[in-house]
Design a protein around this ligand. Structure first.
Ligand code: ZN
Length: 286
């Protein structure tokens, strides 16, 4: 049975959400830019003036253009008018979804008399929550790719989802020293994110390229003062081992000779990444 009124996204627009977010985030203008002088209007309160300088969006056609550029569509030679409409409709649909989710707030509702219709303000907290739920779902679905530079919020939320998987995986304990206070823990990449993004972007946020580390161990692991080999053997460098400092000694004391991995681990560290990290350190140390 056909359902003519049901909206379906053209498969070519698979990254639509991402580009709408990016467009709203990175190219939003302030009310001041859209309507110069309005922030100086008589009776504008300090609160109101502050609002005027926050990024907002009001031009749908600019957003359409931004999205079509992001998707690499040249609308002039992109099929018929019908397919252009499909993109515009898809963007409008995405905007409607964001408004329903409270991510886009109509500024008129905030300050009824001062601004016109169709000016939106982004609610960052809600946006992050929305993006986080998608990032979490993608990691669960084994999509470990990182969208790189194309959406800062998305990358950050995927980093959160990556860290949360590792928190669960390592029962909130540092994989090296066993320290256990959740807010001090870092979802550390074995092969650094900057390298992964360039050389293995599909696995940039793969928790098997991660370890849950405390802040001390994170620095030591990053610098190579504590290393983990592909055989999971842990080596603490002389630089740290030879210290006479009691604090350093009590930090290092519980570090085992071999990384302990739970038998039911979902994301045991991949030996290829451990080896890669070893090679990177060897290269850096010259
Ligand atoms: Zn630690």
């Amino acid at each position: 049975m056909s359902r003519p009124h049901r909206y379906t996204v053209n498969p070519e627009f698979t990254n639509l959400e991402k580009f709408v977010w990016e467009g709203l985030n990175s190219t939003g203008r302030t009310v001041h830019q859209i309507r110069p002088g309005e922030d100086q209007a008589a009776g504008a309160t300090p609160d109101h003036k502050r609002l005027m300088n926050r990024p907002v969006w009001h031009s749908k056609s600019e957003l359409d253009e931004f999205v079509s550029r992001g998707l690499g569509l040249k609308l002039d030679d992109y099929g018929t008018d019908k397919s252009k409409n499909a993109l515009y409709k898809a963007v409008a649909n995405e905007i409607a979804r964001l408004r329903r989710a409270g991510v886009l707030v109509d500024l008129r509702k905030v300050k009824p008399s001062k601004t016109g219709m169709g000016i939106w303000r982004l609610d960052r907290t809600r946006l992050e929550r929305l993006v986080y739920s998608r990032a979490k779902r993608e990691i669960k679905d084994r999509d470990y790719s990182s969208t790189g530079t194309s959406c800062v919020i998305f990358v950050r939320q995927k980093q959160n989802a990556f860290r949360n998987e590792l928190l669960a995986e390592y029962c909130k304990r540092c994989a090296l020293c066993g320290f256990k206070i959740p807010e001090y823990m870092i979802g550390a990449h074995i092969v650094p994110y900057s390298v992964m993004r360039e050389e293995d972007p599909r696995n940039a946020m793969n928790p098997a390229n991660g370890l849950l580390l405390c802040r001390f161990c994170d620095v030591a692991f990053e610098k190579g003062s504590i290393t983990v080999g592909a055989d999971l053997g842990i080596t603490v460098s002389g630089y740290l081992r030879d210290r006479r400092d009691d604090v350093v000694r009590s930090w290092l004391a519980p570090i085992p000779a071999e990384l302990r991995i739970r038998r039911d681990a979902q994301y045991p560290p991949d030996p290829r990444y451990l080896q890669w990290k070893t090679d990177l350190l060897a290269g850096a140390g010259g």
